[in-house]
Design a protein around this ligand. Structure first.
Ligand code: GDP
Ligand code: CA
Length: 301
């Protein structure tokens, strides 16, 4: 069964790892968000692609939820001591990947090609694709002003309420993205933040249309457990932008695009225009991620 997964960073990466345990990893293509990408210390950083890559390669730090396991921070200590840009935390091992990617991009290699090369060098058997090779940047409008995504999320600790989310740039899908959506037996939207992880992917020309015109099931997993985000601001954003945190409010983020929503058993499904699949969605370990992926695939069968 060929599966296309739309994914952000942490929640998406955890799910992607479970999915590759549930089916042949070679049958999985992950389409990752690049709206959060940034330049830091002269390097081109793609945080969501990296979270997915590290999780699929088994290199991720489970506790922290982002970055690599067995990480050290000596380069960043030097950056701080020298008064450099130290607000975005990049560990020593992580920096190695950033150096290789940045050099390749400067030499003219498209992001999709570098990403595929890095993933395969790390032993990842699934295909990892950025939604686009073009420069896409998420902006967050708040009562305190408009901020580039990472300034709002990391530097300001996503404290400001969100009035709206915008994506800057003009983008065409990376090679393989539309082909993947057209050739999949099932399309899955990971338990990621709808607004800042999935919407930027859907904003890329042709992707939303491909989902609307799908001939195979498309299933989303809610990122909420007990009405709360497991991590991050998804619950507050849903409250303010969708008017609530029910399953219906999550589903409204994907109107016309999904056939079923997978909802945690601690959340009431309420009246839903689409099918609800109720299960435990907390991915505490690989076994839990795998069980969740199996439930999603069974619902798509
Ligand atoms: P980011 O790019 O790193 O912010 O990651 P994502 O957007 O992919 O994931 C963030 C979302 O994942 C948050 O809204 C969390 O609520 C959700 N999430 C994280 N872990 C879990 C989990 O175990 N189960 C579910 N259902 N959602 C999770
Ligand atoms: Ca992200």
């Amino acid at each position: 069964m060929k599966v296309a997964l739309l994914s952000g960073g942490v929640g998406g990466a955890r799910f992607a790892r479970g999915l590759t345990a549930a089916v042949d990893p070679a049958d999985v293509t992950v389409i990752g968000n690049v709206g959060d990408d940034l330049e830091v210390l002269g390097m081109a950083v793609s945080p969501d692609l990296d979270s997915i890559l590290y999780a699929l390669a088994g290199l991720n730090d489970e506790e922290r939820g982002w970055g690599r396991a067995d990480e050290s921070w000596r380069a960043l200590e030097t950056v701080s001591a020298l008064g450099g840009e130290d607000w975005f935390r990049l560990g020593d091992r992580d920096l190695g990947l950033q150096l290789v990617r940045t050099q390749a991009l400067r030499a003219g290699e498209p992001l999709s090609a570098v990403t595929a090369r890095l993933a395969s060098a790390a032993g990842v058997e699934s295909l990892l694709l950025p939604a686009t090779d073009d420069r896409q940047r998420t902006w967050i409008d708040t009562p305190a002003g408009s901020f580039p995504f990472q300034e709002w999320f990391v530097a300001r600790g996503h404290q400001d309420e969100v009035d709206s989310v915008r994506f800057e740039g003009e983008w065409t899908p990376a090679p393989g993205v539309l082909e993947t959506l057209e050739g999949a037996d099932a399309i899955v939207i990971a338990p990621s933040n709808p607004y800042v992880s999935i919407w930027p992917i859907l904003a890329v020309e042709g992707i939303r249309e491909a989902l609307s015109a799908r001939r195979v099931p498309c299933i989303a997993v809610s990122p909420l457990v007990g009405g709360r985000a497991v991590k991050g601001p998804a619950d507050r954003m849903l409250g303010r932008l969708a008017g609530g945190t029910s399953a219906g409010h999550v589903a409204s983020c994907y109107e016309g695009l999904i056939d079923a929503l997978v909802v945690d058993e601690s959340d009431p499904t309420g009246p839903l225009a689409i099918r609800a699949v109720v299960t435990q969605t907390l991915m505490t370990d690989l076994a839990a991620s795998r069980r969740l992926a199996e439930t999603v695939l069974a619902a798509a069968a």
